[in-house]
Design a protein around this ligand. Structure first.
Ligand code: ADP
Length: 362
């Protein structure tokens, strides 16, 4: 291959290695180096060297999968390798790093396995209960008892399916409608939704909400996320305790926190609780009617809004979850700050806003 064409190989996708008739490297793209695949003159892997020889001798292109750890014991990089013969017995190798693709495949497979497992529990309970009802058909008390339990299991199934649908909608669609929303529209809807549950456990909700806050996003998603945090706070708190709902500005960020005085979450578990189906104590979660998807939903809602959700907690000392969202900024103020060299003093903003309203083309 003419020397002046070698830099063009950099334009090929993936990692590129050109090997000459003697097996020496004639060209390797810069991205190859960190993968520890090439030595000073030669491709280090004996499997890749065999592939190169085969392709040179047969004159036919070949493909294969190849995986290798950069250092011993580390996670293996996985590649899809293409080898093509070139004139003068050169061979061109291109390696596509498919590690991320494979990791996502595994996440998907694990998810399907988890969902099937989660669905199996209420479905087998329902089938056992149906048999029990059949056998107890002459005993109205027993029938009543079993059908009550059937209702609980059917409800569990319905909640799980709803949470799964919510999660898949959140992951797939992002935000459908983006509007400025008064914080009280969100907090009032959530307090209304969890009020009865809290009342049934003698739990008091204390709200401390800065009513001037406006967030930018999709109301139904934000209500869903905050309701999940509040439902957890109620579920994981002792009876007759207090939970607090706090919303405040922190610079350009709005922080919506839910704080409880329940059992808390050990520090070692905290990084995992936002994963789908991860529970610190599965039996406890089942008792609260949890699906293990609540916090995964919260995380996705925050991410869809350009924010995040954090937790501060220690075992036995309650938990505080905080959704951090970008505050809504009035577009007329945004116009003012377009030019960094000409920042307008805050006092001038109302006057300018008026002017912008009078001259919509401004
Ligand atoms: P679940 O439906 O099990 O509540 P979540 O995704 O909402 O699922 O929460 C995941 C896990 O995080 C829960 O099973 C529980 O172990 C823990 N957790 C969540 N919120 C709290 C809280 N306020 N206090 C203590 N533990 C909590």
């Amino acid at each position: 291959m003419p020397v002046e064409l070698l830099p063009a190989l950099n334009a090929l996708p993936g990692l590129v290695i050109l090997v000459d008739v003697d097996g020496r490297i004639a060209f390797a793209s810069a991205a190859v180096i960190p993968y520890n695949l090439v030595g000073r003159e030669r491709v280090r892997s004996s499997r890749l060297r065999r592939l190169i020889t085969d392709v040179r001798e047969s004159g036919q292109p070949q493909q294969m999968s190849y995986d290798r750890a950069r250092v011993e014991g580390a996670e293996r990089d996985e590649f899809r390798v293409h080898a093509a013969p070139l004139p003068e017995q050169h061979v061109l190798l291109t390696l596509e790093d498919v590690s991320e693709e494979r990791r996502l495949d595994k996440v998907r497979r694990d998810f399907v396995a988890n969902v099937s497992h989660e669905l199996k529990t209420p479905v087998s309970a329902l089938s056992l209960l149906a048999e029990a009802v059949q056998e107890a058909s002459d005993d109205p008390d027993a029938v009543r008892h079993f059908t009550e339990r059937m209702k609980v299991e059917a409800q569990r199934l319905a909640t799980l399916v709803n949470d799964l649908l919510d999660l898949s909608m959140l992951q797939g669609e992002g935000l459908k409608a983006v509007d400025p929303i008064a914080i009280t529209d969100i907090t009032t809807a959530v307090i209304d939704a969890v009020h009865l549950l809290a009342y049934s456990r003698g739990i008091t909700i204390e709200a401390n909400v800065d009513e001037s806050i406006v967030v930018f996003g999709e109301k139904s998603q934000l209500v869903m996320a905050l309701r999940n945090l509040m439902t957890n706070a109620v579920g994981y708190s002792p009876e007759h305790s207090t939970i607090e709902l706090i919303a405040a500005h922190n610079g350009e960020v709005v922080e919506i926190s839910v704080r409880d005085h329940g059992e808390g979450i050990p520090e070692a578990e905290q990084p995992r609780i936002f994963e789908r189906f991860y529970r610190v104590d599965p039996a406890r979660s089942r008792a609260t009617g949890g699906t293990g998807l609540g916090l995964a939903i919260v995380k996705h809602v925050c991410e869809n809004h350009g924010g995040d959700c954090t937790v501060i907690s220690a075992a036995g000392e309650g938990a505080m979850f905080t959704m951090r969202l970008p505050a809504f900024v009035d577009p007329s103020v945004l116009v003012d700050t377009l030019d960094d060299d000409d920042l307008i003093a805050e006092a001038d903003i109302p006057a300018l806003t008026n002017r912008l309203e009078e001259e919509p083309s401004a």
